[in-house]
Design a protein. Structure first.
Length: 488
């Protein structure tokens, strides 16, 4: 990496007072760059100047060029090729080529991305993207500047994307209707973070005010109520944030330093939706999240709850397209059994619609819920998913590759709003696999997974897949633009 790139990301400059909290935050920023493997900050006293110090920043790069295979069957697979640090500039370029024997053009470009992690010393990131997954095409650009208080207190972003896709509507369990959907979405957000020094002298507590304006233009759409009416949405929020990090490893990745957030985030947000044809609607919502270690650091928990709804009048009266969401993530400490290490994970995800129209419903997404499961008949306006996973980190080493074995059990419940969710139809997945990782390469963790679905009567019940393991991180307490709690 070119020295100028690292220097532009530093939160301090010559003449500043030495602040260990700033150095710790800067270390995390550098570690978050996917092409950086190690970061060290060293502080030395200046010769003959006891009131000054020299700060030396040492970084070790990963090899930036890599690939990420994805094989779901002999008839469908893809390969992502990328360079995460083009000629040391801190720019990323990636492309994914896919093959599907059932398509007329069976080899096609599925994804392309060009990203600049930090534009100069502005702490602004920018990306151009193109994506063409199954039955969808989208492309556009995004520029963002994240909060890094207390050094960067003004942040925001702007983005524009065009989407060509299909909207699938099931009026009943036996009918699936397909509608072409084409639209453009523009997005703008700005906000200011203010430290609450009175309550938190350590400057880890902040009050953040944000404004977001989003506009949708629809060109092709189904006639389903006001769902696809051209509209502008103006949202404001006030967030109360208190957040710090623990450093750990062997949680979602192999050996690399991972930052575990602790603290809380309270978001109170509201605004107005201005449709082109229908009457304007008001929106209000609240979201609260909290996380920390408990039981002498034997267990980490992260809890998030959200409630939001539209209202036809300014005075909050009746819910209209409201959503209640509850999420919980738990993982245990890293236990040693001989030369092996074991960690267990439990996730809960609950969502319920409040006065939602009949044409809107929940289902199971491929990766987010019951792993690998996708069925249009599994739908409702209330959903609960529980994911259990155990990971065993082995001492095995093969030419720099490390191995972990894992097993999982997923169970999902889905039904109508007023039903007892635990009595509704269940969908389960049971599986196991192996993950491989080389810390000196940018190759994503590769996983081979076999999954058994006991509830798929009359259909394939066993799935074997080779893929790059998705980059997983705890949600954390970083400030984000205010957004409507989506029913999906």
């Amino acid at each position: 990496t070119i020295k100028r790139v690292i220097r532009n990301i530093l939160l301090f400059k010559e003449g500043d007072n030495l602040n260990p909290a700033v150095l710790a935050e800067n270390e995390k920023i550098l570690y978050d760059l996917p092409f950086i493997n190690e970061v060290y900050f060293q502080v030395f006293n200046c010769y003959n100047k006891p009131e000054y110090v020299d700060v030396v920043v040492l970084t070790k790069d990963k090899f930036p060029i890599g690939g990420n295979p994805g094989i779901s069957s002999f008839h469908s697979f893809d390969l992502e090729i990328y360079d995460l640090n083009i000629v040391g500039l801190g720019h990323k370029a990636s492309t994914t080529i896919a093959y599907n024997s059932e398509k007329k053009n069976n080899i096609y470009l599925r994804d392309a991305l060009y990203k600049i992690y930090h534009i100069g010393d502005t702490f602004i990131s920018g990306e151009l993207f193109y994506s063409h997954p199954e039955h969808e095409e989208r492309y556009g650009f995004v520029f963002n500047r994240n909060y890094i208080p207390p050094e960067i207190n003004i942040a925001g972003g702007v983005g524009l994307k065009r989407v060509n896709t299909y909207y699938y509507h099931s009026p009943d369990d036996s009918t699936l209707m397909e509608y072409p959907l084409e639209y453009v979405k523009g997005d703008f957000c700005v906000g200011v973070a203010e430290p609450l020094k009175v309550f938190s002298p350590s400057k880890a507590e902040y009050l953040v005010e944000l404004l977001r304006i989003t506009h949708y233009d629809y060109y092709k759409y189904p006639l389903l109520g006001s769902l696809f009416d051209d509209r502008s949405v103006v949202l404001c929020s006030i967030d109360h944030l208190r957040s710090k990090f623990y450093k750990s490893n062997l949680i979602y990745d192999f050996g690399e330093i991972e930052y575990i957030p602790y603290g809380h985030l309270l978001e109170i947000f509201g605004g107005v939706e201005y449709p082109e044809i229908y009457d304007k609607r008001y929106y209000a919502g609240v979201r609260f999240s909290q996380g920390n270690f408990i039981f002498k650091r034997a267990l980490y928990y992260y809890l998030e709850t959200g409630l939001g709804s539209y209202f036809n009048k300014f005075f909050l009266k009746d819910f209209d397209e409201g959503v209640l969401s509850l999420n919980a993530h738990f993982f245990t400490r890293h236990y040693k059994i001989g030369n092996y290490g074991v960690r267990n994970f439990v996730d809960f995800d609950y969502m319920k619609g409040l006065n939602q129209p009949d044409y809107l419903y929940l289902n199971f997404h491929n990766m987010d819920n019951v792993r690998g499961f996708n069925d249009t008949k599994a739908r409702g306006q209330q959903r609960l998913v529980i994911n259990l996973e155990s990971v065993m980190y082995t001492p095995w080493d093969l030419i720099g590759f490390r191995f972990a074995l894992f097993g999982f059990f997923d169970i999902g419940f889905i039904g109508e709003t007023h039903s007892k969710i635990l009595h509704d139809k269940t969908y389960t997945a049971i599986g196991a696999g192996v993950r491989m990782r080389n810390d000196d390469l940018v190759f994503k963790t590769v996983q081979l997974k076999i999954t058994y679905y006991p509830d798929l009567d009359g259909r394939k019940k066993i799935s074997l897949a080779l893929s790059g393991k998705p980059d997983l991180n705890l949600p954390g307490f970083s400030v984000k633009p205010p957004e409507i709690i989506e029913f999906k």
